[in-house]
Design a protein around this ligand. Structure first.
Ligand SMILES: [Zn+2]
Ligand SMILES: [Zn+2]
Length: 280
């Protein structure tokens, strides 16, 4: 037997065992249940919806401000009953109006100082990410950014990035340490999309999924196109054009909606004043 061809007999077995175990976990991130004041869906219905779209894992991010230690414990309890899909708890907290996700954390962590809070979330196994940077025109205060492990470069909610692909402007916030992630920011069925993360996974516990995401062993996808951690130059060019055009359309839609609301408010005001008008 030559040295080159030599292999310990158990190497092959171990490799095939590992291959059998390894699979791709399809995870939906940044999902709100009815435990958020603006969430419409129960954990059970989220489990069914996600399974129907081919997801096996959902990382929840209920509004921190809607929760407290007791209600978070109640949410954990409800998640355990959902069998269609694994629901992994977490929350979304506002720091000075900037939303920060704590994904994959099953305990209540409260601290007013973002850096301390983020360190404690990390120590508990969670991933800390800036949510929907497009909402802030991709301008995030540096101290807050420095406290985060990731940036949600792709939030598929229509007013933010939609489901075509990540916005390259979000990548500028990554620096050398942060990773890009995608989420749905689902509050109701109208926000449901196919956007999620396919994570290379050995055994699939939530902690292992978070660890694989940290190592960059994932792809972001809308079910048709897949984006690795690094955006290729051609994807960057295409997505820059797509998002520039999208932004104009979204701004126009927002302007039209605001104008329509103002006109309706003015009509209501006129109608209220009408009875007081003097008789001709
Ligand atoms: Zn948010
Ligand atoms: Zn959210």
């Amino acid at each position: 037997m030559t040295r080159t061809g030599w292999r310990r007999p158990d190497d092959e077995d171990e490799r095939s065992r590992r291959q059998e175990r390894s699979s791709i976990v399809k995870a939906m991130l940044h999902v709100h249940t009815c435990f958020s004041s603006d969430g419409e869906l129960t954990p059970a219905s989220i489990g069914r919806l996600a399974r129907g779209r081919g997801f096996s894992t959902v990382f929840l991010a209920d509004h921190f401000e809607s929760l407290d230690r007791e209600s978070f414990a109640a949410l954990l309890g409800e998640c355990r009953w959902v069998k269609e899909c694994r629901l992994v708890p977490g929350y979304e907290r506002s720091f000075g109006g900037y939303h920060v996700l704590a994904l994959g954390v099953d305990r209540w962590i409260d601290d007013p100082e973002p850096r301390v809070w983020a360190d404690r979330v990390r120590a508990a196994g969670g991933l800390v990410a800036i949510a929907h940077p497009g909402r802030y025109r991709h301008q995030i205060p540096e101290p807050l950014l420095a406290a985060c492990d990731a940036v949600e470069v792709w939030n598929s909610k229509p007013p933010y990035d939609g489901s075509m692909g990540p916005d390259p402007r979000g990548y500028r916030l990554l620096g050398t340490t942060r990773i890009p992630i995608c989420g749905q920011d689902l509050h109701g069925t109208r926000h449901l999309s196919a956007v999620g993360m396919e994570v290379a996974d050995a055994c699939g516990t939530p902690a292992e999924i978070v660890a694989a995401i940290r190592r960059g062993e994932y792809q972001m996808t809308n079910g048709r196109v897949r984006y690795a951690r690094e955006l290729s130059p051609s994807s960057r060019r295409t997505l820059t054009v797509v998002h520039r055009a999208r932004r104009r359309l979204v701004d126009l839609a927002i302007d039209l909606r605001t104008a329509a609301r103002r006109a309706a408010a003015a009509r209501r005001l006129d109608a209220e004043r009408a009875p007081e008008a003097p008789e001709p």
